[in-house]
Design a protein around this ligand. Structure first.
Ligand code: ZN
Ligand code: ZN
Ligand code: ZN
Length: 624
């Protein structure tokens, strides 16, 4: 042969420079196969003949010379591996036939490489080296374990390459769950759901410390007690209460019996008797207390869970093996307290405020007697009127001052934080304005868009400028922090909807203030609108959580149909099946029929099961 042969497997762009009409493509240039052994190596329709590309009228899999030549070029190997993967995915018999035609030198290891097994499997020599050490065997085992879940057949292929003396060991170990999983399972089986929650929640820690730990604990327990007393009084009034619109008197004094049925799972639980009237109510209570959230076993992020039908039958396990955060970006992407520099952990709010060269102004505080806080102005930044070190020296408690000094020293020496630059600018400002007026201290609105501004505002959260978010991320972060949403556009859409509906509540003075500032970008404007929403206010929580925890979710399959009418042009398929159905009774309505059939018009599986279980004298049709 004069020309170098580049085998081209059909279906690749190079093989079809011109798009032929479908009819001729289906019948022309099809591989003639081997004598008495027709071709089955199409990479378009599994099991069909492949297209040939040269005078041999054979595809590379049917022509040993073409196959050999293909294996020598990178492009040829690429095309051959793509077709091998296609055969693997569609028909194992075709795959094994193709592999059987590979030259003996590559037959065992090259297909394993093509199917994505680790480098140890790419040659006999590397595999021998890998299985020689227990570490190497461990790595192979871990890799096989991962692949086993998705493609058990692949593990069988890999076993063909493993040296015989190690085979039994690998098979035995792979049949078992990893030790870590077995241990966790044993521990989980011995634990109650409450214990499990407690153990998993212990991994979650606060970065900030309370200003006055004892005072905070006391306030917390006082409020929790007040709440419990209030609900107790509401549902168990000792003295007769009057129902206002009916005038009926009622009382329901607390009894020992009621006290005995209290099943509190935490110190802020209701202290009320357990729901007992129906099992459904009991399960719903369990869902509220234990099933509505899941905790990630790897990064300990919490994720909300929808109320599903199955929650009326079992209490969901607290843990999920990995959450959407570590599934998407790896467990390293989830920030933890351990990774925050020691000097910045456990700072209380007063210390953080002292470390800021800025004051944050949310506008005057206004609140109607029974309402939420009114947005009176946009969030503005002002230079503090005192130097950071002077603010630290003025802190009330000595422990605060010590912590703040250490944190300040750390931040000023930290090379990958913008913090120092903001402090330097602040000092320059104070030098130029020894007695600054409020007007002079006010920063323009776009200061919020300064890169690295987070390091100056929340130095303990953003101890590294790499952690700082672009404005877009902050927008997203707002949603995430308020209501962790499914990743992607879902979260944004939710927030956008909220902002869109919220817009009408802005007063016109707001718009004026925003438009008066020069150099406002679209994102900047959006950011400021969001910054002024005061995200933790109840009204916004309610709006967002309604989306997070819909009132209910239904299992099963939903099929949208158009209700038929007599003069319809084409009778829908499901109506035809309904009319021709032999097993249904005449009294069965179309709707009932649809609920009890599958797509083929047979009785659905759950009714078949019920029928089998009921041991009924009726046949399946009558039973349904
Ligand atoms: Zn062929
Ligand atoms: Zn996670
Ligand atoms: Zn978050």
């Amino acid at each position: 042969m004069e020309q170098p042969i580049v085998p081209i497997v059909e279906g690749q762009p190079a093989a079809r420079p011109i798009q032929r009409p479908a009819a001729s493509a289906a019948t022309t240039n099809l591989c003639h196969g081997r004598p008495g052994d027709p071709c089955c190596f199409s990479t378009r329709v599994s099991g069909q003949r492949a297209r040939y590309q040269d005078v041999s009228r054979q595809c590379p899999w049917c022509n040993a010379a073409l196959l050999q030549a293909g294996l020598t070029s990178e492009r040829g190997r690429g095309q051959l591996s793509r077709s091998l993967r296609f055969f693997w995915g569609h028909d194992k018999a075709v795959y094994h036939k193709a592999v059987g035609r590979l030259p003996e030198t590559v037959r065992l290891h090259w297909p394993l490489q093509v199917l994505g097994l680790s480098a140890a499997f790419h040659s006999a020599a590397s595999l021998r080296t890998a299985v020689a050490t227990s570490q190497g065997r461990g790595r192979i085992l871990a890799m096989l374990r991962k692949r086993q879940a998705a493609d058990p057949d692949l593990v069988a292929e890999a076993f063909k390459a493993i040296p015989a003396e190690h085979l039994e060991d690998f098979e035995a170990r792979l049949a078992q769950e990893p030790r870590r999983v077995r241990q966790a399972r044993r521990r989980a089986a011995a634990e109650t759901v409450e214990q499990r929650w407690e153990r998993l929640l212990a991994h979650r820690r606060r970065l900030r410390g309370p200003a006055l730990p004892e005072a905070e604990a006391a306030t917390y327990s006082r409020r929790a007690t007040e709440d419990r007393v209030r609900v107790r009084r509401k549902f168990f009034p000792a003295r007769p209460k009057e129902v206002r619109h009916t005038g009926r008197q009622w009382s329901n004094p607390w009894t020992d019996e009621a006290a005995e049925s209290v099943r509190d799972v935490a110190d802020n639980d209701t202290g009320l008797p357990r729901a007992a009237i129906t099992p459904f109510a009991t399960m719903l209570e369990d869902w509220c207390k234990q099933g509505a959230w899941a905790i990630c076993e790897r990064c300990f992020s919490l994720e909300p869970r929808h109320l599903k039908e199955v929650d009326t039958r079992r209490v969901a396990d607290p843990a999920v093996p990995n959450c959407r955060w570590c599934r998407r970006d790896g467990v390293e992407s989830v920030p933890t307290v351990d990774r925050v520099p020691r000097q910045l952990r456990g700072l209380c709010h007063d210390v953080v405020a002292a470390l800021r060269p800025f004051d944050i102004d949310c506008g005057p505080y206004q609140r109607p007697p029974h309402g939420y806080r009114v947005h009176t102005a946009l969030l503005r930044l002002l230079w503090s009127d005192t130097d950071v070190e002077a603010k630290i020296a003025a802190l009330e408690h000595r422990t605060w001052r010590t912590k703040a000094k250490k944190a300040f020293k750390f931040l000023m020496q930290h090379s990958c934080s913008e913090y120092r630059n903001f402090v330097t600018q602040h000092r320059r400002f104070l030098r130029d304005h020894p007695m600054p007026t409020d007007a002079a201290r006010r920063r323009p609105l776009q200061t919020l868009e300064t890169p690295g501004i987070e390091t100056a505002l929340w130095p303990d959260l953003y101890y590294n400028s790499d952690l700082c978010e672009s404005e877009v991320d902050i927008l997203k972060g707002h949603v995430d922090n308020i209501a962790p949403q499914a990743a992607g556009s879902g979260g944004r859409g939710l927030l956008m909807r909220y902002v869109a509906t919220y817009n009408v509540k802005f007063s016109s003075s707001f718009h004026n203030e925003m438009l008066a500032d020069t150099g406002v970008s679209g994102y900047g404007m959006a950011l400021r609108i969001l910054s002024t929403l005061h995200p933790s206010e109840p009204e916004m929580w309610v709006t967002l959580f309604k989306q997070l925890f819909p009132d209910f979710a239904l299992g099963g399959t939903m099929l949208p149909i158009v209700a038929p009418w007599p003069t319809m042009d084409a009778q829908p398929e499901f109506v035809r099946r309904y009319e021709e159905c032999l097993w249904r009774s005449d009294s069965m309505s179309l709707l009932e029929y649809l609920r009890k059939t599958n797509a083929a018009g047979e009785v659905v599986a759950w009714i078949q099961k019920l029928h089998a279980a009921a041991d009924s004298a009726l046949d399946l049709g009558e039973f349904a």
